[in-house]
Design a protein around this ligand. Structure first.
Ligand code: FES
Ligand SMILES: [Fe+2]
Length: 415
């Protein structure tokens, strides 16, 4: 990786030769945040927009974001999915301000310009003036003033979007090995079982790092150790894309026939408490292997999760330098029966804003943000597993994937 250079449009210089030290300023600097929007989120990255199954009918739409840019995703009359920047070509009002709905066309509420489901400008109110006076001049071409379109790809039911023509196709973007991990979990058409949303009092990158930080799992989340969600009899590791940008962290059981953790009458090591209701620890083997935890990140802000039978997608949305929002979409397969729906929801008690093994993630980012505000020149260090960015077999005690994220960030930011 190149040594320090100044990020264009800012006075920021990366202070070291690699990505094993991170200056706190990256979490607090408004110029860097603004540049991230332009060159990272609106640059050569794929971003999760919504699910195919959330907009099944022609005219169904959903509002979403890429970075902090508002986007609308809509299914048109032909069944194709289109994504556009949610910004009227006239004065920039949102053309769509309800989170979801069904429309024949989009009509901006400000001056009533209308757009079809592909974003083409179809009508300008009073375009011909009133009683022959006022209105558009002849130089105005409707074709030149549609909504800004976003390139989309439907990946196993996940609708992905990118602003850039340079972004390689999604499968190439994350690489063969990590594409196989998506195919391992998302084997059938999906349905949505529910949503959670939570606000983090911290910069978006701290939550991204948290997902790639497999080192903290058994230390921060006491439920893990207390009730043995991750146990010594399990093996696991880290996979990384060749670029280093994307990762997968997984654990699996070694023993054959250990199909149901709940049968073990989960009890803490101290033996002074046990789970009286073990339904959230049940595991129906449905994916043809013994993997119990699979957390996969797609640079920059998408997380795909399989924990036992709890499958979900997480979308992280930056909300300014010091705040971010995480939206969890809890998934099942379309052909699940009511018992399977119930099981997945039970297991989902482990995750989400108040989840037994994820609630602490909601506050540690804020702890770091507090320190970062105080001294932007100080640095964090990422020493676990050395300085390299490489996969790890048999151990998750490494910060390799976090370093991989910073490699991606530096490449996008040109610093
Ligand atoms: S801002 Fe949309 S019609 Fe004027
Ligand atoms: Fe965590």
């Amino acid at each position: 990786m190149d040594t320090a250079q100044i990020a264009p449009g800012t006075d920021f210089v990366w202070p070291s030769e690699d990505v094993s030290q991170i200056p706190f300023r990256v979490y607090t600097d408004q110029d860097l945040y603004d540049r991230e929007q332009r060159v990272l989120f609106q640059g050569p990255t794929w971003n999760f927009l919504c699910l195919d199954c959330e907009i099944p009918e022609p005219g169904d739409y959903k509002m979403t974001y890429i970075g902090d840019a508002p986007i609308v995703v809509v299914r048109d009359e032909n069944g194709d999915i289109n994504a556009m920047v949610n910004r009227c070509a006239h004065k920039g009002s949102l053309i769509c301000y309800k989170p979801r709905g069904n429309v024949k066309e989009f009509a901006c509420i400000y001056h009533n310009w209308t757009y079809n489901l592909r974003g083409k400008l179809t009508g300008v109110a009073f375009g011909k003036g009133v009683r022959g006076k006022g209105g558009l001049t002849e130089e105005f071409k409707h074709d030149e003033h549609g909504l800004e379109r976003i390139r989309v790809e439907n990946v196993r039911g996940f609708i992905m979007g990118t602003f850039s023509d340079e972004t390689p196709p999604f499968a190439e973007y994350i690489g063969e090995e990590l594409m196989a991990s998506i195919d391992r979990v998302f084997i059938k058409p999906l349905k949505v079982l529910g949503y959670h949303s939570q606000i983090f009092p911290n910069n978006w990158k701290l939550y991204v790092e948290n997902n790639k930080d497999s080192y903290h799992a058994s230390l921060l989340h006491v439920f893990h150790n207390t009730f043995g969600v991750v146990r010594p009899t399990m093996t696991g590791g880290i996979k990384l894309s060749k670029s280093g940008w994307h990762h997968l962290s997984y654990t699996q059981r070694e023993e054959i026939g250990d199909e149901n953790i709940a049968k073990e009458n989960l009890r803490s090591k101290q033996d002074d408490y046990a789970l009286s209701d073990t339904r959230m620890m049940q595991h129906v083997l449905e994916l043809g292997d013994q993997v119990t935890n699979s957390i996969q990140t797609v640079f920059p802000t998408m997380v795909l999760q399989q924990i036992l039978n709890a499958i979900a997608v997480r979308q992280l949305i930056p909300k300014g330098v010091h705040e971010s929002e995480l939206i969890w979409t809890i998934l099942g397969f379309e052909d699940d029966d009511a018992d399977m729906d119930e099981l997945r929801l039970q297991v989902n008690n482990l995750v989400g804003p108040a989840g037994f093994i994820s609630m602490e993630d909601g506050c540690v980012g804020g702890f770091i943000q507090t320190a970062a505000k105080a001294n932007g020149d100080a640095q964090t260090i990422l020493p676990m597993g050395g300085r390299k960015i490489e996969p790890s077999v048999g151990s998750r005690v490494t910060e390799s994937a976090v370093r991989g994220f910073w490699k991606g960030w530096r490449e996008c930011m040109g610093v």
